[in-house]
Design a protein around this ligand. Structure first.
Ligand code: FES
Length: 226
């Protein structure tokens, strides 16, 4: 069953996928792949296709929920960003402008550490910006946000590019506070696979290391070209 916010998110995703920049990217990917049976319609890249391929295999690693004590309010408020491993899952707890948020520690894109990401309001949503490639992730819903041109079917002249939701990509968790100032995180019980799941656990650690090595390689190549 799809609730109202999910339905809104799906509609947003559909509009985003009709945008001229998304269609152009998809065409580019199709050219690079040549003939293929499956074109990943998420943020188009071979890496994302690989993540979806691993989706079924990761199903059994979904969070099991449960309430976890993560610290005292004053301690977490002062730290602003705190990392905790809860039931084998690495979670980042953020204190920002009077509110607490809990989100998977590694970015859904290629596993960048979100801990040092800036926080900004983007498209009306409070987002953390991944330090690696500047992907924007909403702290409340875990949506990936992307700026794109107006969808083709919208009346011309085209509107200025705006922020679209790419759907929920990052797993977020619920933070609760007791009257005595203890802070707890309830791990997400959302059963469906999310892209940030790919970078959790032992397998996720390997994938993060691979992504970091590939990034390093890219940097070296760039340096050589200069
Ligand atoms: S790893 Fe976060 S934007 Fe690429």
């Amino acid at each position: 069953m799809i609730n109202a916010s999910q339905s809104h998110s799906l509609k947003e995703m559909f509009v985003f996928r009709c945008s001229s920049s998304f269609l152009a990217r998809s065409r580019g990917l199709a050219r690079r792949l040549g003939s293929c049976d499956f074109l990943c319609l998420h943020h188009s890249s071979l890496h994302h296709s690989k993540k979806h391929f691993h989706r079924a295999m990761a199903e059994e690693k979904q969070p099991i929920g449960g309430l976890h004590f993560v610290g005292r309010k004053d301690e977490l408020t002062e730290a602003k960003r705190s990392c905790r491993t809860l039931a084998g899952r690495d979670v980042l707890i953020i204190f920002h402008q009077g509110g607490f948020y809990a989100i998977d520690s590694y970015c859904y894109h290629t596993g960048g550490e979100l801990q040092s990401g800036d926080i900004e309001e983007i498209g009306g949503k409070l987002c953390i910006i991944c330090p690696n490639h500047k992907f924007k992730i909403s702290l409340v819903g875990g949506e990936g946000l992307c700026k794109a041109g107006a969808p083709r079917e919208e009346p011309r002249p085209p509107h200025a590019p705006r922020w679209y939701s790419k759907g929920v990509k990052q797993r977020v968790h619920v933070v609760t506070e007791t009257a005595g100032g203890d802070i707890y995180v309830r791990l997400s019980e959302e059963a469906r696979w999310m892209e940030s799941d790919f970078y959790q656990g032992e397998k996720g650690e390997e994938e993060r290391a691979k992504a970091a090595a590939a990034e390093e390689e890219k940097k070296k190549k760039k340096e050589k070209k200069k």
